[in-house]
Design a protein around this ligand. Sequence first.
Ligand SMILES: Cc1cc2nc3c(=O)[nH]c(=O)nc-3n(C[C@H](O)[C@H](O)[C@H](O)COP(=O)(O)OP(=O)(O)OC[C@H]3O[C@@H](n4cnc5c(N)ncnc54)[C@H](O)[C@@H]3O)c2cc1C
Ligand code: FES
Ligand code: FES
Length: 493
Amino acid sequence: MLQFYLNDQLVRPAHPAGSTLLDYIRYQQHLTGTKIGCREGDCGACTVLVGELRPDAEGQPVVRYQSMTSCLTPLGNAHGRHIVTVEGLSQAAGQLTPVQQAIVAEGGTQCGFCTPGFVMSMTGHCLHGAATPEAARASIDGNICRCTGYKSLERATDRLTAELLTRDAAPKRLPWLVQQGYVPAYFERMAARLAELRRETVADVAARTGGHLPDANDPAVTPPLTYLLGGGTDLLVQRADDVLAAEVQLLYGHAERCFIREQADGRISLGAATTVEDLRSSELLLGRFPRLRQHLKLVSSTPIRNMATVAGNFVNASPIGDLTIFFLALDARLTLQNAAGEQRQLPLRELYRGYKQLNRQPDEQLVEISFLPPAEGEVFNFEKVSKRTHLDIASVNAAARLRVHDAVIQEAHLSAGGVGPTPLYLRRTSEWLSGQPLTPETLRAAGELAQQEISPISDARGTAEYKRLLLRQLLYAHFLEHFPQQLTLAELL
Ligand SMILES: Cc1cc2nc3c(=O)[nH]c(=O)nc-3n(C[C@H](O)[C@H](O)[C@H](O)COP(=O)(O)OP(=O)(O)OC[C@H]3O[C@@H](n4cnc5c(N)ncnc54)[C@H](O)[C@@H]3O)c2cc1C
Ligand code: FES
Ligand code: FES
């Protein structure tokens, strides 16, 4: 049974798991503070907080809140969680929270349509974010305001940062936030409530399935497969009506599909439902990819990164999928599992057969991704050019894994998106580069060779000629980024 807390109430909707959380909030619960703007994850007017029970640093269960766009959140993904709308932040009648006060004080609201979304994003930041101006501003990277011009909203985030810094003496953040009126007192009861909900869910599933715990492939738990659903950030944009009418298999947050671990052989494996934000905040990955946070900040916006899964990025097969390009350069290996539970391994580089055509059977689920992280002496780089810095898909994106020793390129693995019908591993250019001296001549020749491997088309993101130029520049950028002592831009042009 689908059940979750909506603000201070336990709800048990009988609506399809593939319908949107937004429609349930507005049309079934009549909580109209959550607005509908684009229904495509772009404007942030529908932002809510989604709280999930997780262990804290001491292993104690706490509720971790993340902002998400409810227009793309499948209702089923709310199961067992705490959903907070702007109404759920209300204190005594007429009293504003410090986030709302900061917005008012700085003139950050005019028509008010976007305001609940900004309030939710900023409140999510206050619950968990670092007390720095940069982190506070980044928390509203998924919210659009047509009236204010953002400066007033940025000042409001600065004001919040100053207030959060006064917390120093208070050891725990949540009781302090409750005391200051950022969130109501019932937030302090949510960890216990969600823990109870989890116990009930496990007991309920065990009773229905004869004692064993839920498995995503178990037909006793999940009806016959129609749609595999991760974060929904692609499927609910492309096919919301189909998904609404279909049976769905929910993978988001599934314990067996959400992990990041190092294997004995040094490979790192990821559960397929690991989200972009999980990657960004993984200590293990940050240790291997020092610039990971900056690289993945280029992917969509905070609420979308909180929802978007790695598998969803690979399987939607967009020629400009950022994670796909990232992992192609790393030669990631996929584990696919069919409905009978049989598994097979497939290099990501062999997944794509043509535009949106995959080397994958309809009943095959991507369960795990593994890759060797850059070793000592290797470097990794990711570049993306899009029309807007935030919340935009790439015109062209590119990644590189390189080993250079004594000014010789020992090994190169280059990938690129937006320059063909599928995400591309630039095999010929990569092979040719290996063994070449690291000189401007080599890179210019590689730039020419790469042109023969791509076939960009002109579209809304740029002309074919522009994309060819971008790819060459991004190839240069990989080397300039990591070897500035050996190369200069002037030498390459
Ligand atoms: C506003 C907005 C901005 C975006 N910006 C970017 C961006 O900057 N860069 C970028 O790369 N993408 C971007 N995207 C696209 C999207 O967010 C990503 O591709 C995301 O990773 C998709 O993951 P998901 O879990 O939400 O996929 P879903 O929508 O849940 O699923 C996508 C597809 O994958 C299938 N699928 C999901 N999980 C599995 C599995 N385990 N096994 C097999 N099939 C599976 C689904 O059936 C579906 O066909 C953006 C989307 C939006 C709405
Ligand atoms: S309505 Fe615009 S992001 Fe949801
Ligand atoms: S105040 Fe009008 S859209 Fe932001």
